[in-house]
Design a protein. Structure first.
Length: 256
């Protein structure tokens, strides 16, 4: 019998790797599957004023894709104006961030929804306060984690460092989603997924090609991501969605 998880925490190896569009695409897909899904962006920076209210584009996208009607402050307890790490932005704006407020909103949402998608801010070591990082928040929420990584050059190092920190912190990462952020495909885009899978010792949950239209992300997630491995905690399949177009490094000559 399949046992559905209570949700996932989506983090990234860097900023602008596609966490938001993947989280939103997943939320829309699950909504279309008639799963009672909620979304949360605990902290967002780089907010803009709309009709006199400071709002975040990531939070607005998650709300739009999930079609939920929750109070904005529950979905996004902290919105800051400076496009900086939350700790830095909060200090510059003379504000304080309290983890108790974030976790109270988190409990409110987990009580309401069968599956909650939480999107972090940047990567694991982005500071929320002087002594509280994104990885600390992920640990307190006790949700399984998905790491979103770019496909291109540099991604191996960024991804393996993220996984190393997760393991040192006792966090449960269930897999990696590779997101192509550029139209231009390089050799590293083709070889990195398999290298990351081998050295990261975790499944590649999906490899998403470059998508120009954010509103189509639910179709991309449905097509390229292993949804069952995200939803259920007792799926044990050795196969992962490594596209056949990606270079098989096992056929490459080894160095002496």
């Amino acid at each position: 019998m399949k046992n559905m998880r209570k949700g996932v925490f989506i983090t990234g190896t860097d900023t602008e790797v596609g966490k938001t569009i993947i989280a939103g695409g997943l939320a829309r897909l699950l909504r279309n599957m008639r799963i009672n899904v909620g979304v949360m962006k605990p902290v967002e920076t780089g907010g803009k004023y709309k009709k006199g209210k400071l709002v975040g584009k990531d939070t607005e996208y998650l709300i739009r894709m999930s079609k939920i009607q929750d109070t904005y402050s529950h979905i996004n307890p902290y919105i800051l104006q400076y496009p900086l790490a939350p700790y830095v932005a909060a200090r510059l704006e003379g504000k304080k961030i309290y983890k108790k407020k974030i976790l109270a909103s988190f409990k409110n949402l987990t009580d309401k929804y069968d599956f909650l998608i939480v999107e972090g801010c940047g990567g694991f070591l982005v500071p929320i306060t002087s002594n509280y990082m994104i990885s600390d928040l992920a640990r307190d929420m006790k949700l399984p984690i998905i790491v979103v990584a770019r496909a291109g050059l540099g991604s191996i190092n960024h991804t393996l460092l993220s996984l190393y920190h997760a393991r040192r912190s006792g966090l449960k990462v269930i897999g990696i989603i590779i997101n192509n952020t550029s139209r231009n495909i390089q050799m590293s885009d083709e070889t990195n997924p398999q290298i990351i899978k081998i050295f990261g010792r975790l499944p590649i949950l999906g490899i998403i090609p470059y998508i120009s239209r954010r509103k189509n992300m639910d179709d991309a997630v449905n097509k390229y991501v292993d949804i069952e491995k995200i939803l259920y905690n007792n799926i044990d399949r050795k196969s992962t969605r490594l596209n056949s177009s990606h270079t098989d490094i096992s056929r490459m000559p080894s160095s002496a």
